[in-house]
Design a protein around this ligand. Structure first.
Ligand SMILES: C[S@@+](CC[C@H](N)C(=O)[O-])C[C@H]1O[C@@H](n2cnc3c(N)ncnc32)[C@H](O)[C@@H]1O
Length: 450
């Protein structure tokens, strides 16, 4: 960056600090001090996987408000580098962001939309709380970010989720009045992330605040249409500006028939500005980054658009390939509702809606690809399996040479029987392999590490 760019950035950031001074007044100095402190890292456990024993308990402490959430210092502990991370035992998410999914009551059979879901920190936590009759549509407008979202959903071994890549406004007219709950973690100016990422300070400007507020109003309006009467929306941002937080909530209350619910204020969670019902997280009051949250209930009735249910469809050839694969390699039944798209086979759930032209990245659990007369199982299927579900497996300890070599993409020595099996790490599934003269590596190329 040249000198004039740096001067320009300093000028812009001065505007940010002036705004914060006006907002926080006597609380401004402690806020500035907290910005120079080290950020606190967090993770939460995947409740589908029982990974408690896999954590390094010497270096973590429980999140004060999130059951199954933990805080750690990344100088002492690097959970993201462990093979357990690749087994989907936990999601790494900063402590304030982790609160958002906790502030909305999710019932097992709820239909939930996460409008701006990537990379998936809130979606994975919500999907964990849904039962077999629940449904999550996890969407992101950005194709590259939606791909990461899909990978994170896959790593968690989640099968009740549809991952889409569209402008969330496009759900209007397709799924009106369909959702019990909506997560609107809106695109924002990111002021709360200034301590965490340098990027946030490079992209912040007063104009960005106003541009984001325009988008946020459109999104909250769409959310109103998409909710069932009595349904709830948790609105959140990782920014401090009034324009993107309380003013958006006020806009929603003034223009639509919403009521504002009171969220709990304890352990350093502060009320909103002239809006006691909402929550603000500041780094000098709560061990995490900046966050805003408000919970709204839809009181009004709006026209409902009932979508068609997505009908299972699979060619006889692909079905035969899937059935043969299960018979030869697994001890579980072929899922009942199968959906094939150009050879890619998914296990659907009964309640999946037909989303028409909306771009779908994953329709439930991706099982794998049917080729001419064989089937290649997916990484996501492996991550849902237990040892008793497979006819062949290897189980290696987390710190073993075999696990390190497998993650690097190497083949292993064959000492088992021929066919497909699963590599487990201390009992947690990591990936399929195919054994013949060697254990052929099927760990996805994009995830390999040296
Ligand atoms: C705060 S991030 C979401 C974080 C996510 N909820 C999580 O917990 O991992 C906001 C998301 O909004 C998306 N976004 C950006 N512009 C948007 C727009 N105009 N409409 C809808 N979403 C947008 C971004 O791609 C980004 O992934």
């Amino acid at each position: 960056m040249n000198e004039s760019c740096i001067m320009e950035m300093v000028k812009i950031m001065d505007k940010f600090y002036t705004r914060m001074k006006d907002l926080l007044q006597d609380d401004y100095e402690p806020f500035i001090e907290a910005l120079s402190e080290k950020e606190v890292k967090g993770l939460y456990l995947n409740t589908n996987k029982d990974g408690y024993k896999a954590l390094d308990h010497k270096h973590i402490k429980p999140h004060p408000l999130v059951t199954g959430g933990y805080l750690y210092d990344d100088e002492a502990y690097s959970p993201g580098k462990s093979p357990y991370f690749l087994c989907g035992l936990y999601y790494i998410q900063e402590p304030s962001a982790m609160l958002v999914a906790n502030m909305i009551d999710i019932k097992e059979d709820d239909y939930v939309l996460d409008m701006c879901a990537a990379p998936g920190g809130k979606s994975c936590r919500i999907a964990n709380r849904l039962g077999p009759d629940g449904l999550l549509i996890a969407n992101d407008i950005s194709a590259s970010r939606a791909k990461i979202l899909s990978e994170n959903i896959e790593r968690f071994g989640i099968d009740n989720t549809i991952v889409t890549n569209t402008d969330p406004l496009r759900f209007v007219g397709v799924l009106d009045g369909f959702f019990d709950k909506i997560i609107l973690d809106a695109p924002c100016s990111g002021e709360g992330m200034l301590r965490k990422t340098e990027e946030a300070s490079k992209t912040w400007s007063p104009d960005k605040v106003y541009e984001c507020a325009v988008i946020q109003k459109r999104l909250i309006e769409a959310a109103y249409t998409l909710l069932k009467p009595g349904g709830q929306i948790i609105y959140s941002t990782c920014t401090y500006s009034l324009e993107e937080n309380e003013e958006i909530v006020r806009y929603a209350l003034d223009h639509f028939d919403f009521s504002l619910e009171t969220l709990p204020h304890r352990d350093g969670l502060m009320p909103g500005i002239d809006m006691n019902e909402a929550i603000r997280c500041y780094p000098h009051h709560f061990a995490g980054e900046g966050q805003f949250m408000a919970l709204l209930t839809k009181r009004g009735e709006t026209p409902i658009k009932k979508p068609k249910v997505l009908k299972p469809k699979i060619s006889p050839e692909a079905l035969k390939n899937v059935q043969n694969f299960y018979k030869e390699n697994l001890n579980i039944k072929v899922p009942k509702l199968l959906y094939e798209n150009k050879g890619h086979v998914y296990a659907l759930k009964r309640q999946f809606p037909d989303l028409g032209k909306i771009r779908i990245l994953r329709n439930g659990l991706y099982l794998g690809e049917s080729r001419k007369n064989y089937f290649i199982p997916s990484y996501s299927l492996a991550l849902t399996l237990r040892k008793e579900d497979v006819k062949r497996c290897y189980d290696f300890p987390e710190d073993s040479n075999e696990v390190a070599a497998y993650i690097r993409g190497e083949t292993l020595e064959a000492i088992g029987s021929k066919g497909y099996g699963v590599i487990f790490v201390d009992g947690y599934p990591l990936s399929f392999y195919k054994e013949s003269n060697a254990v052929k590596n099927l760990f996805p190329k994009g995830l390999r590490r040296s």
